[in-house]
Design a protein around this ligand. Structure first.
Ligand SMILES: [Zn+2]
Length: 129
C-alpha cells in the first residue's frame, strides 16, 4: 500500500510541476492514482501455468500473460518482471518481442493514448485563455 502511495505521489508531484495544483488536489490525485495502481497489480495465482505459444499472443485485448510465470495481469510491470530477474527490455529480448512493445493489455494502451490526447487538449485550452 505504501509503495503504491509513494509511487502515486511521485506521479502527482510531476503533475504539479507542469500545472498549478493545490495541496488538496495533489493529495486527491495521488489517492486516485494509488488505487488505480493497486488495481493493475493482481496477485500471481499459485496455479498459474507458464504461457506456451506465440509470445505476441500473450498480449491480448484485456490481459497480458507473463511469459515467465503465466500470471494474467492488465499491465506487466517492471516490478513484476523484477521478481523474475528481468527488466522490461530484457523480457522483450528473451521472448522475441519487438523493442518498444507495450507490456500492457491493448485496451489499456488505448485508454492511455486517449487520456494523453485529452490532456493535450486541456493544455492547449489553458494556453488560449
Ligand atoms: Zn511473471
Amino acid at each position: 500500500m505504501d509503495d503504491f502511495m509513494s509511487k502515486a505521489l511521485e506521479i502527482a508531484k510531476a503533475q504539479a510541476s507542469v500545472r498549478v495544483m493545490s495541496a488538496e488536489e495533489i493529495l486527491n490525485y495521488a489517492k486516485s492514482l494509488a488505487s488505480g495502481l493497486q488495481n493493475v497489480t493482481e496477485p500471481v495465482p499459485a496455479d498459474a501455468q507458464a504461457f506456451h505459444g506465440d509470445p505476441k499472443k500473450s498480449i491480448r485485448e484485456s490481459s497480458v500473460t507473463c511469459l515467465v510465470c503465466g500470471a494474467k495481469v492488465k499491465v506487466l510491470t517492471s516490478r513484476h518482471l523484477e521478481k523474475h530477474g528481468l527488466t522490461p527490455d530484457a523480457y522483450r529480448v528473451k521472448f522475441g518481442l519487438k523493442k518498444g512493445t507495450p507490456l500492457s493489455c491493448k485496451s489499456r494502451v488505448k485508454e492511455c493514448q486517449e487520456r494523453m490526447q485529452k490532456m493535450r487538449l486541456w493544455e492547449r485550452k489553458k494556453k488560449a485563455s
